[in-house]
Design a protein around this ligand. Structure first.
Ligand code: FMN
Length: 275
């Protein structure tokens, strides 16, 4: 059965999950959510998936908005795989709630623990710890791909604690996407390369006099901070000297392609280093 996987990613975890599922399923297109116009979306496939990170126990704003525009009525199998650093099943409930309003339900609801990339909260894992997380994730993704392939119904796990945390924390994210980027700042290590502006999946950075300026429609994906080659970009007061993270199978070219759409994004097997 033909499959379309819609994805959003800031540091490559969700891209890597989507790409691995695509490779396992075959006849599958990856569609970057950031490349889509603001109209209603009618998928060109009967099996449809959404892969994205969890933000503050909920969905990235761009994914919430996408799900409301997705016409899932014609899907034979609708699934979601959410990547997260620790906790966020509540985001699956949020997504299912959006589909329920349209009379659909997720057939497969999955989460995968991946390296946490929210540097203001914690240092991203490195070394053996990172490898262990990625190995475990790889096994889980293969299991998930098998379940999707067989069309198995995987209901939403109960998540009362996670849902409580979402009620507490998510409004601080979703109601402030116009001001979240006010916390970004740049140290004197900036080399004026413009990588941040080139990789931003939602075009929220412009270069002014060689320096980045954020335009106040930020998803808080942290791509600019993690891709900066000199670690000059900071958010708030706790990101200096905390390390940075990108999924090992991800790079600037794939990040840039998020805005361009499936024709160039699909089946990328090439080297991905330059900007
Ligand atoms: C703004 C922000 C908020 C986050 N909130 C959560 C969270 O509530 N729970 C969690 O487990 N991980 C959280 N994370 C970590 C990401 O969900 C996780 O690292 C994810 O795999 C990143 O995916 P990506 O590389 O595709 O962007 C957050 C990350 C960011 C940038």
């Amino acid at each position: 059965m033909k499959t379309a996987i819609y994805y959003f990613t800031g540091t490559g975890n969700s891209y890597a999950v989507a790409a691995r599922i695509r490779d396992a399923l075959g006849d599958c297109t990856l569609v970057p959510i950031a490349s889509l116009p603001g109209d209603r979306i009618v998928p060109d496939a009967r099996r449809v998936g959404i892969v994205c990170p969890v933000y503050d126990m909920g969905l990235p704003e761009i994914v919430d908005s996408f799900a409301r525009r997705l016409d899932a009525g014609g899907c034979e199998y609708l699934f979601a795989v959410l990547t997260m650093g620790g906790m966020g099943v509540s985001a699956l409930h949020q997504l299912n709630g959006i589909f329920k309003e349209q009379g659909s339900d997720l057939d497969g609801a999955f989460t995968v623990a991946m390296p946490a990339n929210f540097v203001p909260l914690s240092r991203p894992p490195t070394g053996a710890k990172l490898e262990k997380i990625l190995d475990r994730a790889g096994e889980k993704i293969d299991t998930i791909a098998g379940l999707i392939q067989r069309g198995e119904k995987i209901p939403l796990p109960n998540a009362p604690f996670s849902s409580l945390l979402r009620r507490l924390f998510y409004p601080g994210y979703i109601q402030h996407t116009d001001t979240l980027d006010e916390k970004f700042w740049v140290t004197e290590d900036c080399i004026f390369c413009g990588t941040c502006a080139k990789v931003c999946p939602v075009g929220n950075i412009e270069m002014v006099d060689g320096m980045p300026r954020w335009l106040h429609h930020c998803q808080l994906c942290m791509g600019c901070l993690h891709f900066c080659p000199t670690e000059a970009i900071q958010w708030g007061s706790r990101t200096k000297d905390r390390g940075r993270y990108l999924h090992p199978e991800f790079g600037a070219k794939k990040m840039k392609r998020q805005r361009l759409g499936p024709k160039v994004d699909d089946s990328q097997k090439t080297e991905d280093s330059g900007v």
